[in-house]
Ligand binder design. Structure first.
Ligand code: FAD
Length: 530
């Protein structure tokens, strides 16, 4: 159907077919109906035989914009997904046994033009940069909720934006701002919740296996052949088939570029461990505990903990990884089945080729050390809406989309490499190799600069990738293996205002720890109201 624009006729894309019913598939379907309503016809095909990856339960604070865009409040979806709050990532044993630090969702304050972490290097008030420079670190230590029992969000002189739900905001609009928390949720429950949301709003759901992908003479996808529903045709096809990349890699042959030379962890084993919320404290953070050949994640949810060992098969075999994980968890894990996963680390060279867009694991993935998988999906969906094609399939829109998606993943890759380079730990071959393995060339240069001046917006990866400069500061100061020097200017600048700011953070943290409920108390109250 033709549509008149500013003197041009571009036509309109009428039919979108999504293949895959994991987190990526249902997030895409629900976002597209929220964005375009019934002006686009969306069909989602998912196999009843091939399961979803079954992990992916910790998020970035930007995820708030996803739920806002869908016009969902926390009370609408959190109880249904056994969700909890996440104020930070807590890193344990990356520097040395017994040490921990937080990478919180909290913008770093500045004093007299210098970020507070710079001041801290020159005038450390305690040995902990995280509790000295950020309020959230103390809330994590004390297992606090970021909301009071009546639902009010903590006051936020350190966030640019307040608590404004249902504003249909996007990451793109708020880049640079920092909402103070993200969520943990059960991946399978979220997919079910979004499935119902999408179907109620008109998405057609087909449970069937895609057996074949038929292309025209130009290589564009014309239709999918399914086992029981015959041909499914469309204009735009979204590949959410997970690591196999059924459409983008297998059918269209777009190459996958591995990051494994710099990020060698290629495997994981996961357990879902029951949790008694009445007895166990719900930590408001994801924990990443360093291990002999990788690290273990711990994600507290209502009623269970998601945990898993991410490791490199070159250093550890799967049986040993599972044994280590079970020992780490303790007797609660005894009867719980393990889910062994092979991970494809890297990205598809172009995530959008012809009329096929890959979103989710088919597009790219890095190990979940900073919970970026769902952020990649959310970012990609926003970009898809932003660069949604017209009937003339303007190739510039594809190029802009592909650049944006590639930048996000390449940037996150650099950030993750920094965790291993920075880790002081070098007590076995695995950790010693993290110091000598080649890193992306630009990162090597950047790391050299950061030794003289902590990262700022001019010295981190130059394109948007979801991680602000303060995140790099946290990892450098927390992991402790790369020596960093205070700025010479701070030897001669007056430190009075900075010391007052440290005091203000301490006072605020103390007050909030006294006032706020624990996560357990908060969610017990929220669930009692449902
Ligand atoms: P999948 O869940 O694999 O879904 C694939 C879908 O494709 C399924 O529905 C399947 O049925 C369908 N399918 C496949 N073949 C066919 C076919 N022939 N016909 C029809 N349908 C088909 N991300 C985070 O943000 N935070 C985390 O903490 C986190 N932890 C992770 C831990 C690990 C170990 C791994 C591997 C990933 C983690 N991720 C995390 C990433 C996150 O799990 C994924 O990004 C997310 O689950 C999206 O997966 P997906 O939907 O792309 O693929």
């Amino acid at each position: 159907m033709a549509q008149q624009g500013q003197g041009e006729t571009t036509g309109r894309i009428g039919k979108v077919v999504i293949v895959g019913g994991g987190t990526a598939g249902w997030m895409t379907a629900s976002y597209l109906v929220a964005a375009f309503g019934d002006r686009v016809d969306v069909t989602l095909v998912e196999s009843g035989r091939v399961g979803t990856i079954g992990v992916g339960e910790a998020t970035f604070s930007d995820i708030r914009h996803f739920f806002e865009f869908l016009q969902l409040e926390e009370k609408d979806w959190m109880p249904a997904c056994n969700a909890t709050y996440k104020l930070a990532v807590r890193f344990e044993n990356w520097r040395e046994p017994g040490h921990h630090f937080y990478h919180p969702f909290e913008q770093l304050r500045s004093v007299d033009g210098f970020p507070l972490t710079d001041w801290w290097l020159r005038h450390p008030t305690t040995t902990r940069f995280d509790t000295d420079c950020f309020v959230m670190a103390s809330l994590c230590d004390a297992n606090r909720s970021p909301r009071y029992l009546d639902g009010t969000l903590i006051d936020q002189d350190f966030v640019e934006r307040g608590d404004k739900p249902l504003a249909r905001s996007t990451i793109a609009e708020f880049q640079g701002a920092q909402f103070p928390y993200a969520y943990h949720f059960e991946a399978s429950l979220l997919a079910e919740f979004l499935r119902d949301y999408a179907i109620e709003r008109g998405v057609r759901h087909v449970v069937d296996d895609v057996l074949d992908v038929e292309r025209d003479h130009r290589g564009w996808i014309e239709r999918l052949r399914t086992e029981e529903h015959g041909a499914v045709g469309g204009d735009l096809f979204v590949d959410c088939t997970g690591f196999k990349g059924l459409l983008i890699n297998k059918a269209l042959g777009e190459p996958f570029e591995s990051y494994q030379d710099s990020l060698p962890n290629d495997s994981a084993v996961a357990l879902q461990v029951p949790l008694d919320m009445d007895r166990e404290p719900l930590r408001p953070c994801t924990t990443a505990t360093a291990q002999d050949a990788g690290w273990i994640w711990t994600i507290p949810l209502i009623s269970r903990v998601g945990t898993g060992y991410v490791y490199a098969r070159d250093y550890l075999d799967p049986e040993e990884a599972e044994r280590t994980l079970r020992e780490f968890v303790g007797p609660e894990a005894a009867d719980v089945p393990a889910n062994h996963i092979r991970m494809r680390i890297g990205r598809t060279r172009r995530s959008w080729v012809n009329n096929c867009v890959a979103i989710g694991l088919s597009s790219g993935f890095v190990e979940p050390l900073e919970s970026t998988g769902i952020f990649f999906i959310h970012h990609a969906i926003e970009q898809l809406v932003k660069f949604f094609p017209g009937g003339d399939w303007d190739p510039s829109l594809r190029t802009l989309y592909n650049n944006s998606v590639a930048h996000v993943m390449d940037g996150v890759r650099e950030f993750l490499v920094l965790h291993y380079r920075g880790a002081k730990r070098a007590d076995n071959q695995y950790w010693r190799d993290t110091k000598t393995r080649e890193v992306p060339e630009a990162l090597a240069e950047r790391m050299a600069r950061w030794q003289s001046k902590l990262p700022d917006s001019e010295t981190v990866f130059p394109y948007y990738h979801g991680l602000p400069p303060y995140s790099y500061n946290c990892i450098l100061l927390g992991t402790g293996g790369i020596p960093v020097r205070p700025s010479p200017a701070l030897d001669i600048a007056d430190e009075k205002a900075a010391l007052l700011e440290f005091q203000a953070i301490r006072d605020k943290a103390r007050r909030l720890v006294e006032e706020l409920p624990t996560q357990n108390e908060y969610f017990a109250a929220m669930r009692a109201q449902v």
